[in-house]
Design a protein around this ligand. Structure first.
Ligand code: IPM
Ligand code: MG
Length: 363
């Protein structure tokens, strides 16, 4: 039976990068006889413009019927003035929440070809291969109560609530321990348990769970220290597990270690392995429509889709190998350009990856 994939291009550079990723999807669909069927939908600003809602019911229904979702990026200055309850980002958060996509995998892998593109010295980052596991449907992003209220003296006060239930900590913990077990066997749980009770509980539960994973070495780190260690000695890490907001921040920092946030894919998984796949970067309004966006994070997100939802690791390996070959050939979008390499457009990078897929398949 054919499997439905929902395509949500989103805003600004979203459609440009999704177009290239879609070519890769079409290629693997044919090559590996995956029988995928694609449907398009609206999310974020594009959906606000079309129907006044960043996450329309139609999109939610299509998402529920899909095996996997490919998302570009949402948001941007066009919607700065809309009511905060219907901002484009709210659409993304609602989709994550409604589908219970609690497990966000953000691998930061340095392609050796890009060691010079990193803002850190090549020796600090060469060989870097870390995985950030971010809890995605809880924590301060979703905690209630939240809002902006006016106090008796007329002053306004903004407030959010940082909460995690035991069950939420356990399910992200299990995912992270399982992933660490399949990788280097080391898991670092990041919290702020010297200050925040919610993360005292987080640390306690991670520690209790580690008894079930004797083959995984668990350590703990405060988030401020983790931020420092990530830019000082990032190779000490294998898998990091943390809450929603800390994961948001640390994953952007980790992305830059790899040369560009334009290289970082992500998977957001539910309990059954269904998922949404999107680059970690945003909609980059400043370069939209200019063919300057790097499509590789989105293309590598397709590889993750093959691995984690569609159970076709050969396709994932092929895509990753094709990206590496494209970089070997010196193709670089402006964000990863270094001395001696050619700056190419978004679609030329897509051409390069598809050509590399063909070439590697013929070997
Ligand atoms: C991310 C983004 C989102 C987040 C925004 C767009 C809501 O920064 O996926 O990291 O904060 O989760
Ligand atoms: Mg972010």
């Amino acid at each position: 039976m054919s499997k439905q994939i929902l395509i949500l291009p989103g805003d600004y550079i979203g459609p440009e990068i999704v177009t290239e990723a879609r070519r890769v999807l079409d290629w693997v669909n044919k090559r590996y006889i995956l029988d995928l069927k694609f449907v398009d939908g609206l999310l974020g600003g594009a959906a606000i413009d079309a129907c006044g809602n960043p996450c329309p019911e139609e999109t939610l229904n299509a998402a529920r019927q899909s095996e996997a979702i490919l998302l570009g990026a949402v948001g941007g200055p066009s919607w700065d003035d809309v009511d905060r309850h219907i901002r484009p980002e709210r659409g993304l958060l609602q989709l994550r929440s409604e589908l219970e996509l609690f497990g966000n995998l953000r691998p930061a892998l340095l392609y050796p070809q890009l060691a010079e593109a990193s803002s850190l010295k090549a020796e600090i980052v060469s060989g870097l291969d870390i995985l950030i596991v971010r809890e995605l449907t809880g924590g301060i992003y979703f905690g209630e109560p939240r809002g902006i209220r006016t106090l008796e003296n007329g002053e306004r006060e903004g407030f959010n609530t940082y909460v995690y239930k035991e069950s939420e900590i356990e399910r992200i913990g299990h995912l992270a321990f399982e992933l660490a077990r399949k990788r280097g066997g080391r898991l670092c749980s990041v919290d702020k348990s010297n200050v925040l009770e919610v993360t005292v509980l987080w640390r306690e539960i991670m520690t209790d769970m580690s008894a079930q994973y004797p083959d995984v070495e668990l350590s703990h780190m405060y988030v401020d220290n983790a931020a420092m260690q990530l830019v000082m000695a990032p190779k000490q890490f294998d898998v990091l597990v943390t809450g929603n907001m800390f994961g948001d921040i640390l994953s952007d920092a980790a992305a830059m270690l790899t040369g560009s946030i334009g290289m970082l894919p992500s998977a957001s998984l539910d309990q059954n392995g269904r998922g949404m796949y999107e680059p970690c970067h945003g909609s980059a309004p400043d370069i939209a429509g200019e063919g300057k966006a790097n499509p590789l994070a989105t293309i590598l997100s397709v590889a993750m889709m093959m691995r984690y939802t569609l159970a076709c690791p050969q396709a994932a390996d092929a895509i990753e190998a094709a990206v590496s070959r494209t970089l070997d050939q010196g193709l670089r979008t402006p964000d990863i350009v270094t001395a001696g390499s050619n700056s190419v457009s978004t679609s030329q990078m897509g051409d390069g990856v598809v050509a590399a897929l063909e070439a590697l398949a013929d070997q």
